[in-house]
Design a protein around this ligand. Structure first.
Ligand code: ADP
Length: 398
């Protein structure tokens, strides 16, 4: 079965077409500036040329139509016709408390996803638009929703509740949800394979470190705590997000800058994190370079990030009463040996010891701890699209 995986944003749409016989990537690409003007980059994996041009994309429906046109075209295509695509899997950001697993989409499910819109007002409406656009262009091909939040629905109340009046939870659904669930689920399952042990017997800590970063405590294959919260701003300082701060800062900043709550919230989301501290960049490659050239604020930003990750790992080792494996994944986790070494430098008390040579390897599932390390430390490239395609296949074939 061939499965189209869609990750739809408000003005963008990322896609991959996978052949699930052998889990092979057939093509991938990206539509950008949808509703503004439009650009499509399409990369077939069969040796045909890349298409990378501005094209008119007034809505997501035209974007899906353009993607299907390229996937089936003689010049850029990887399949003969649309009928070869057996199902579509969508990344959906927020499934609230309604969805603890992926689900086949019907009208009732779509309505339930829509009910979660207030919890992710920037993301969920865009995800729904993608689902509707596929239905408009592809007819009744089965569609599946895979939620960023679903994996974390196994967290116990003591981990997901905020200590605020209970009605804010019961009436307004304010609680920790957590995100990056698809990634944490994938890398923890791979870690168990890599370690040759059943996941049910493992206590794992997964560090997804990209533009957005989150850490997850996974006990016996289930998420028991995670660092992002009601929204993705919580937890670690990130590229541009502040991570955990004292909530009183919000009112104080409003009073002292004359800015509104939304303006300050926007600053905390888009101009904070390592960008805000360093004044240099949100990109860890730029920060590393600036720090090596003596930029103290860049060094401080990196130190703050390493310290926050190490503190969270310590907290989750305590929460699970131990840890067997620590996983690094996503842009920084997969490509930042210095970051991994700096974080592991805090973890000697857990018996963590990494092998400097293994830590320099790239692009593969590897154990980077020494044979004597009490905790296995692993680098596992994430693959959220593959999880979405697998879940889609499983639900469609059920
Ligand atoms: P997103 O959350 O957007 O999916 P990614 O997982 O792609 O983000 O991660 C982006 C981050 O990964 C950026 O901060 C970037 O600097 C970092 N990164 C990418 N390549 C490297 C590298 N070679 N060394 C260090 N950091 C890297």
């Amino acid at each position: 079965m061939k499965i189209l995986v869609i990750n739809c944003g408000s003005s963008s749409l990322k896609y991959q077409l996978l052949d699930m016989d052998g889990e092979k990537l057939l093509a991938k690409g990206l539509c950008e500036r949808i509703g503004i003007d439009g650009h499509l980059q399409h990369k077939p994996q069969n040796g045909k040329p890349v298409f990378d041009e501005n094209i008119d994309l007034p809505t997501h429906t035209e974007a899906i139509a353009a993607v299907l046109d390229k996937l089936t075209s003689p010049e850029y295509g990887v399949v003969e016709s649309m009928s070869e695509i057996g199902a579509v899997g969508h990344r959906v950001v927020h499934g609230g408390e309604k969805f603890a697993a992926s689900v086949l989409i019907d009208d009732e499910v779509l309505a339930a996803i829509e009910e979660c819109n207030p919890l992710a007002p920037l993301h969920n409406p865009a995800n729904i638009t993608g689902i509707q656009a596929c239905a408009a262009v592809m007819g009744d091909v089965p569609q599946v929703a895979v939620f960023d939040t679903a994996f974390h629905q196994s967290m116990p109340g003591k981990a997901y509740m905020y200590a605020i009046p209970y009605e804010y939870y019961s009436d307004l659904k304010v609680r920790r949800y957590g995100f990056h669930g698809t990634s944490h689920r994938y890398v923890s399952a791979r870690a168990a394979e890599l370690l040759g042990k059943p996941i049910e017997e493992l206590k794992l800590i997964s560090c997804h470190m990209g533009n957005g970063s989150s850490i997850c405590a996974i006990d016996g294959g289930k998420s028991v705590d995670t660092s992002m919260g009601f929204t993705p701003i919580a937890g670690l300082p990130m590229g541009t997000r502040c991570g955990d701060i004292d909530v009183s800062v919000l009112e104080y900043l409003c009073q002292n800058t004359g800015k509104t709550v939304s303006e300050i919230t926007n600053i905390l989301n888009k101009k904070s994190g390592v960008l805000g501290i360093s004044g240099v960049s949100s990109d860890f490659r730029d920060l590393g370079k600036a720090a090596s050239e003596g930029n103290e604020r860049a060094s401080l930003a990196l130190d703050m990030f390493h310290y926050a990750v190490a503190k969270t790992i310590g907290a989750y080792a305590a929460a699970m009463n131990g840890v067997d494996g620590i996983i690094f994944t996503a842009g920084i986790g997969e490509n930042g040996p210095d970051t991994r070494a700096a974080i592991c430098g805090y973890l000697g008390y857990l018996g963590v010891e990494i092998c400097p040579k293994c830590n320099q390897k790239r692009g593969e599932d590897i154990v980077i701890s020494t044979a004597g390390s009490k905790v296995a430390v692993m680098v596992i490239p994430t693959n959220e699209e593959l999880v979405i395609a697998r879940d889609t296949k499983a639900l469609v074939e059920k």
